[in-house]
Design a protein around this ligand. Structure first.
Ligand SMILES: CC(=O)CC(=O)C(=O)O
Ligand SMILES: [Mg+2]
Length: 193
């Protein structure tokens, strides 16, 4: 069985699995060590936000950053998927932002705590559908993740940010994109309640 068409489940996203420090230039940018294996963290479905709705700065953060990332949408679930079969599980791609409360992440890192409040808050994953040819890194990530997290139809994998993250402010209108392929635009507001 091959992956189902992305349009069937695009409107109801499931869990979001994010890869951290996938790119050495971003690890250097934040003065992080370059890991030997992918670092993974999760965002819940409540993190999704689509164009027309705002990105909300959490009340507890004063340094919200954007990270522009390629997202891989899973169209067929599986556990312990071999790299050779990984692309059969891909339904399509998405342009994504991994919104990060960097001040909170820095505190979590210094205390050895999980990054949940920094990375998994409501509206922390703006997305837009994207058409792309297949990428060589993707089979490895699908195989690696599915060893210990069963992938389900509608899951999204964020593949990590290249360098170039920076802070955003409330009332900003964010434009993110891949040159000549796709752009998306989101207003930034502060969370009210
Ligand atoms: C240091 C980070 O925030 C890791 C991350 O999300 C990435 O894309 O890399
Ligand atoms: Mg990221």
């Amino acid at each position: 069985m091959t992956a189902r068409n992305i349009s069937r489940f695009w409107e109801w996203g499931r869990k979001i699995i994010c890869v951290g420090r996938n790119y050495a230039d971003h690890a250097k940018e934040l003065k992080n060590a370059i890991p030997t294996e992918p670092i993974l963290f999760l965002k819940p479905p409540s993190a999704y936000v689509r164009e027309g709705s705002s990105i909300l700065v959490p009340r507890y953060s004063n340094n919200l950053h954007h990270e522009v990332e390629l997202g891989v949408v899973i169209g067929k679930g599986g556990t312990a998927i071999p790299e050779s079969a990984a692309m059969e599980h891909v339904a399509g791609y998405a342009l994504c932002l991994d919104m990060t409360a960097r001040d909170i992440q820095d505190v979590c890192k210094s205390k050895g705590l999980p990054w949940t409040r920094a990375k998994a808050f409501n509206t922390s994953c703006p997305v837009k559908r994207l058409h792309l040819p297949d990428d060589f890194l993707i089979p490895y990530l699908i195989s690696y993740i599915s060893e210990f997290i069963t992938l389900e139809e509608g899951d999204l994998i964020l593949t990590g940010t290249p360098k170039g993250v920076s802070a955003v402010q409330e009332h900003d209108q964010l434009q993110a994109g891949i040159q000549d392929v796709v752009t998306m635009s989101f207003r930034v507001d502060r969370q009210e309640k």
